[in-house]
Design a protein. Structure first.
Length: 93
């Protein structure tokens, strides 16, 4: 296999990550520079900390700490019931 083919293959493998990585880098740069106020664009570390707290709970006492699985289960049950009712009504007897 030639170097050109290997290079194209590795670029092709990295392509799906380029735009998200560039957007994350721009987000970090905008947050760190203060170009956009924090109330409009919070720092990525703050967002990831809030997401972690929502998923697993945190000692900080956030209002929705650790509620993800409860909310997820409620949503899945609601979707399942709605689908079940739709199937029951939509299938003629």
């Amino acid at each position: 296999m030639s170097d050109d083919t290997t290079r194209r293959g590795s670029l092709h493998a990295a392509q799906p990550w380029l735009i998200p990585a560039a957007m994350l880098a721009l987000w970090f740069a905008a947050s760190e520079s203060g170009a956009i106020p924090a109330y409009l664009l919070p720092h990525p570390v703050q967002i990831s900390g809030a997401a972690y707290g929502y998923l697993f709970g945190s000692p900080g006492g956030m209002p929705y700490a650790g509620r993800f699985w409860e909310d997820f289960t409620s949503s899945i049950v609601r979707v399942g019931l709605g689908f079940g009712f739709a199937v029951a009504v939509g299938i003629p007897a």
